[in-house]
Design a binder for this molecule. Sequence first.
Ligand SMILES: *Cc1c(COP(=O)(O)O)cnc(C)c1O
Length: 412
Amino acid sequence: MIGWDAVAELDRRDPLSRYRDRFALPKGLIYLDGNSLGALPRSVATRVLDTVHEQWGEELIGSWNSYGWIDMPLAVGDKIAPLVGAGPGQVICADSVSVNLFKLLAVAAAMQSERRLVLTVSDNFPGDSYIAQGLTRLLGENRLRLVKTTEADIARAINTQVAVVLLSHVNFRTGRLLPMADITAAAHRAGALVIWDVAHSAGVVPMELDDWNVDFAVGCGYKFLNGGPGAPAFLYAAARHHANVQQPLGGWMGHREPFAFEPDYAPGKGIRRFLTGTPPILSMAALDAALDSFAGVDLEKLRIKSMALGKLMVELVQRTELADELSLVSPAPPQLRGSQLSWSHPQAYGIVQAMIERGVVADFREPDILRVGFSPLYNSFCDIWEAVECLRSVIAGGEHLDARWRHRQRVT
Ligand SMILES: *Cc1c(COP(=O)(O)O)cnc(C)c1O
């Protein structure tokens, strides 16, 4: 049995442990939900206050020029780019994942005018499928149709009728990590385009969007990038596609001359054409500051630590009575997972609530999943130990069976 001393030793030897101080975490709280809402980086509050007082308050509308607000979607996009293996000028920060996905799916469909199938998996993030269904309704089923397969069958399901393969890099429920490079290559061999949703991997699983020839991707600002609640999302479009596409929500910010106020739309240069309306400067400033937490961080080391945190948690659970209570839903080999673990349990919701009451934050996902996420920048190996001890106490004391947990809150 791995003891507390051995776990504390892992923290002492952890080359990333010094980054924890970049975050303002409440004392005593163990936060294993950075995959849902990242923790608050210390750099954020001053930056937002400065943006409010010194920029908005003092210079008012002049700040669009003097503080470069107008270029923030591109500047923040370029700051995200190295985290996803993208060269400059291919990532913009804008809107939500859902809206960005709508734009990209419409663009990809238009590029594939001879094909009509959008291939995804049945347990993809439902919101992504909703967006695909919405676009399908808009264009008509004769033009676009969503088809679903399983993660195990993707390779077989990709054929020459598929226009677009739409997948999540990491499954939000199980944490399974899909082989992005291989699937992208297989899609291209069949003449299909790919759109990857990297919401659960950007900032924690290294990826090479450029080197792997990915066409398009969308990602989230408020999960592992720690941009704060409702932070703007990002969109990646490979430079080779820029000139050929017009997106359906091309608003004035995506126009080639927004302030020329020309009567008709003409797409902006490069990635700019994917912009729609005015950027949310306060939220974008928060995300911009949050991205500074990645300064000097080696993404490979981040991945190694993330896998080690998960491996430790699986081992600690496996060696206790919890092994009979919880069934691991995530793939067992760490290299097949993103930075999260999921177990199923009939009272998973009660377990999560009782853990939160004890100061360990995890989350619940339908139908019966207890989910924990690891943010290697601020989670320690001792956090994992404490979380497992907490889990044992909750179950041993029957705290998860409390009648209070029969009523679910709106956000689980
Ligand atoms: C969190 C998440 C989103 C979020 O989408 P929004 O439109 O920004 O709310 C999208 N896709 C996946 C896979 C996610 O995990």
